[in-house]
Design a protein around this ligand. Structure first.
Ligand code: FE2
Length: 650
């Protein structure tokens, strides 16, 4: 009997543990801890040890020096590299397992750089977080015995110099033991990381990039034109913002005798880093589908120019134009570091795989939609540079269109629909400035855009979308503006799941959607016969049947044809951030689930034929697909009382 009771107790505990784990995992899908936040940088102190050292080389990065040739590359071939591997050697007489290397930029990171916000407050010794970090014993298993380690770390041009600091005391009690020499790029201000976006009209491409040049020092422009033809110059606008543009959440800590207040959001404190200058040029009157070349320039007062590398893109097709058109959609990708800086690899294990699969397939992709939770900087501003560098091969070649997510926008008391601090105090400023989207107001991140036979309505789930809201009016107007004879493929996308998802948390709520998600939108999807609605936020892949008011309206799974009477809902939030579990309950509408990293590719062959493919990021292979074949009359057909009343007049 006792054995039976023990066994029963054991099984109950096991079950409780499982439920707890599932709840944590479900909640984790929308939180996302930034690894830099694990460093208690405000507690850091200097305990320099003369017999410890850290050295970095080379001192000058990004030069045109070609090691093989033993000569400088000519300037018109390469305008300076914007990433470089650096050798870092450390010696530590008292090595410990949790020693770590912090990479700082600017190189001077001591208290002289602290802003004095409150005169009564003792400033910290270090007031900005490193741009990344790595444990000293990583790939150096003998470190704790020998006290010696060698690392190859990858730096990108981020407008300032760099230094490396060796810390003991782990991340929670950091003590600076040694600081390296500074290293810097040959031209830290150089224009870098162009990202293309569709403009407000179909024949306009916008180019946004980052530099260290304000407009009074050098005039920004893009030199561009049809490939092989004479190039022209278009001026660019310049934006920047300061620390005061960041939002903060005051955090109260109750001590024994007093209550202290601190700005809880890192964007205004340890996460702040000067964003430099962000420029956008508008390339107009493009010839549909033709190839263009371009490069970024800054004209100095003496007339000479600072140039970027050379890039190219294919102009977008005319709305309704019949040609092969391929679209990639995913959410929640984030960033990772190619040098294996720890936190990052564990933090977003899929993001480099997704990035690399897209780079491999660039010849067959026309436009990319990253539907929210972009880089999970969460208030650590330096991460946006690193993200724009990671996606440069994609975003410099095809329009890289964003939607806004909780990790870009949400801060309590700032007008975001959700009262969380998921953006770490960014309150949308980074997403709204670092990238262009063709919205009327980039602070309200909703917009429509056309790509040939596709019409996209991109919705901002961090602002109210319900009936009566400003955004609801936009959504209806956007869906209604698609002329389906010319643009048969009507796509809706938002970050949070306003449609259907079997994500664990949504399942526990019993609603299988974001609270209040689809109640007002259902009738719009139906009335305007939206083909596919895409969502992120839940980090997995799921596809529903064509659905109308919780009911499948079609038994097919692989091929759809005929009357459009339901919308297919797709969750594609497995871009890179750690995966989200599915609810245990099965629903009738869920056709396919995949607990893995991946993205969706849509290929429109013509006005009647669309291919949908879900590919895993690990191997680029297709793990789910279906096709749609239909004619214009199938879209016009009246379903569910969806047509206007007809008149009996002849
Ligand atoms: Fe999210």
């Amino acid at each position: 009997m006792d054995i039976f009771r023990s066994l029963k107790l054991f099984l109950i505990l096991l079950l409780l543990n499982y439920v707890k784990f599932d709840l944590v995992a479900a909640h984790d899908s929308s939180s996302g801890v930034q690894p830099l936040s694990k460093i208690a940088i405000h507690k850091a102190v200097f305990v320099l040890n003369d017999s410890a050292s850290i050295k970095a080389s080379p001192l000058l990065l990004g030069t045109n020096w070609n090691v093989q040739l033993g000569a400088y590359e000519p300037n018109d071939v390469m305008q300076g590299k914007d990433s470089e591997w650096v050798d870092v050697e450390i010696e530590q007489p008292k090595p410990l397992e949790d020693d770590w290397i912090g990479i700082f930029s600017p190189a001077n990171f001591n208290s002289s750089t602290c802003p004095q916000e409150d005169q009564r407050q003792q400033p910290p010794f270090i007031c900005s977080a490193p741009i990344k970090y790595k444990f000293a014993n990583d790939s150096n298993s003998n470190y704790t015995k020998t006290g010696k380690a060698y690392h190859k770390l990858r730096l990108i041009n981020q407008r300032a110099d760099f230094s490396f600091a060796l810390f003991s005391g782990g991340l929670s009690n950091p003590q600076v033991v040694a600081v390296s020499n500074a290293v810097r790029f040959e031209n830290p201000k150089a224009p870098v990381y162009p990202r293309l976006s569709q403009g407000k009209s179909w024949n306009e491409m916008t180019v946004t990039w980052t530099s260290g040049y304000n407009i009074d020092e050098a005039y920004p422009f893009v030199e561009w034109g049809l490939k092989g033809s004479p190039q022209t110059r278009s001026p660019a606008g310049t934006l920047t913002f300061d620390r005061k543009s960041m939002c903060a959440v005051k955090v109260e800590t109750r001590h024994t005798n007093f209550v202290s207040q601190s700005a809880g959001a890192p964007a205004r404190t340890v996460g702040w880093r000067d964003p430099g200058f962000i420029h956008t040029a508008f390339l107009k009157d493009l010839w549909p589908n033709l190839m263009y070349t371009y490069k970024l320039g800054h004209m100095l007062s003496n007339g000479s120019c600072i140039w970027s590398k050379n890039y190219s893109f294919k102009a977008s097709p005319y709305p309704g134009q019949d040609s092969l058109q391929s679209v990639v959609i995913f959410g929640d990708m984030g960033k990772a570091e190619r040098d294996g800086s720890n936190g990052y690899n564990n933090y977003q294990p899929g993001s480099l795989n997704t990035t690399d699969q897209l780079i491999k397939d660039m010849d067959n992709i026309d436009i990319v939609f990253h539907i929210g939770d972009i880089c999970y900087a969460n208030g650590y501003i330096s991460q946006w540079d690193q993200f724009t560098s990671q996606i440069e091969p994609i975003a410099s070649t095809v329009p890289y269109m964003l939607a806004s997510g909780n990790h870009e926008r949400d801060v309590p008391g700032t007008g975001s629909f959700y009262d969380t601090n998921d953006s770490g105090g960014e309150c949308g400023v980074l997403a709204q400035t670092m990238f262009y989207v063709p919205a009327d107001n980039r602070a309200k991140y909703w917009y429509s855009t056309d790509y040939g036979m596709f019409h996209f309505c991109i919705v901002d789930s961090e602002h109210d979308w319900r009936e009566g809201s400003e955004q609801y009016k936009f959504i209806e107007q956007c869906l209604a503006s698609a002329d389906r004879q010319k643009q048969p493929w009507l796509i809706f996308a938002a970050h949070r799941v306003l449609g259907y998802s079997s994500g664990a948390w949504y399942g526990q709520q019993g609603t299988f959607e974001e609270p209040m998600g689809r109640e007002s939108l259902q009738k719009l999807w139906q009335k305007y016969k939206v083909d596919i609605a895409f969502f992120g936020h839940v980090h997995n892949y799921e596809r529903t049947c064509p659905i109308y008011q919780n009911q499948c309206v079609n038994d097919e799974t692989l091929h759809y044809s005929g009357t459009v009477n339901g919308t297919i809902h797709v969750v594609v939030g497995g871009g890179g951030r750690s995966l989200s579990y599915f609810a245990r309950e099965d629903t009738l509408w869920s056709l396919k689930k995949d607990f893995d990293y991946g993205f969706v590719k849509l290929t429109a062959f013509n006005h009647s034929s669309l291919l949908f493919e879900y590919k895993r990021s690990s191997d680029g292979n297709v793990y789910d697909s279906f096709t749609i074949s239909r004619d214009y009359r199938d879209v016009l057909a009246c379903v569910h009382d969806g047509c206007e009343p007809t008149t009996s007049a002849i």
